[in-house]
Design a protein around this ligand. Structure first.
Ligand code: NDP
Ligand code: OXD
Length: 306
């Protein structure tokens, strides 16, 4: 069995060594233009040339959870496309989102600014009931985030394509229930995949439906958010702030107005990182399962876009 590794922006050697150790029967190689044909591939931001030269691939494994960029390429017609299924990302995402929600709810950002100025001031405690959190996307990551938030006793709403029954989460589904979901939420967490249906979903109309003093946490993809609409709602005071990990252009260009808006907290696409050892173990297990003719979880539905 031959495995090609084609991941832009990733140091290949530790991945190649890990894959060789996990699958000693396989020939694992870093892809170079003109390389021999492989059975399986591990990819992140591969060039189109890679797939054009490898039409026989049986399986394509993204070393991330989001496959929006991958699905824009012409892929081998018969390849099973598989994304990472948690692989250590869900707990990181739960940490990130809980940190952002709690920092805003408890006003830790305000306290930090005040104590830096030498001010000893305490603020009236805010009520958790006044901060219902809406999680858009209740998949592998969204469900873990919703569970963590409900353990902190925030009221949690969730919105997905199909209805869900999750303890401590009020479920909304489909376009018909989006307005009700937004109206019931004050903090909005985006964990949707980027698809034709979800691009630009956080815009003037939808963000205006949040409860007054709304707060936006975008950890999915930059193209879910209409940047100008967020800025307008922050300027008008309708939204209280935002924590953004993902952007339409990454790295966020130095002249982008988000850098200068003090109500926006920026992190550099780091909410949930791919963990190499866990990911290799997961992918190796799935390659073995596919070789045995079994099905695997995390299979991407190309038509659905995630
Ligand atoms: P999943 O595919 O497991 O879950 C997607 C969820 O979104 C599902 O609940 C799905 O509904 C819902 N959904 C999809 N389309 C729609 C729609 N049109 N309307 C309503 N709900 C919809 O994805 P993950 O949880 O694994 O990951 C989510 C995203 O997080 C990734 O696509 C990626 O962009 C981003 N990400 C960001 C990282 C970071 O570091 N910032 C790291 C990793 C991922 P249903 O359940 O009904 O199918
Ligand atoms: C992912 C990401 O999709 O890193 O895994 O954003």
């Amino acid at each position: 069995m031959r495995i090609a590794f084609c991941c832009t922006g990733t140091e290949p050697e530790p991945w190649l060594a890990g894959l060789r150790a996990a699958l000693p029967q396989a020939q694992v190689a870093l892809w170079q233009p003109g390389a021999g044909r492989a059975d399986y591939a591990l990819v992140w931001a591969p060039p189109q040339q890679f797939f054009d030269e490898q039409p026989q691939l049986k399986g394509v494994f993204a070393i991330g959870a989001g496959v929006d960029a991958l699905l824009k390429l012409r892929l081998p017609p018969n390849a099973t496309v598989v994304r990472l299924d948690d692989a250590g990302m869900a707990v990181q995402m739960a940490e990130y989102v809980c940190h952002a929600v709690i920092r805003h709810f408890r006003e830790f950002d305000v306290y930090e600014a005040e104590t830096r100025q030498g001010h000893w001031t305490s603020h009236k405690p805010r009520k958790r009931a006044d901060f219902p959190v809406g999680v858009m996307g209740l998949g592998v990551l969204g469900q873990r985030v919703a569970r963590a938030l409900s353990q902190f006793e925030f009221p949690v709403n969730g919105w997905s394509r199909s209805p869900k029954a999750l303890d401590g989460v009020r479920s909304f589904s489909g376009p018909a229930q989006l307005d009700d979901f937004l109206a019931a939420s004050r903090v909005l967490v985006n964990l949707l995949p980027l698809t034709l249906d979800t691009q630009g979903i956080m815009n003037l109309a939808t963000l205006s439906r949040l409860r007054p003093g709304g707060y936006v946490i975008n950890v999915a993809r930059g193209a879910h958010l209409v940047d100008e609409d967020l800025l307008a709602l922050l300027d008008s005071g309708q939204l209280a702030g935002a924590t953004l990990d993902v952007f339409r252009v990454e790295p966020l260009p130095p002249d982008h107005p988000f850098w200068r808006q003090p109500k926006i907290t920026i992190t550099p696409h780091t909410a949930a990182r791919t963990l190499r050892a866990t990911s290799i173990a997961q992918i190796a297990g799935k390659i073995e399962a596919l070789e045995r003719g079994e099905s695997v979880v995390g299979r991407v539905d190309r038509g659905r876009g995630y």
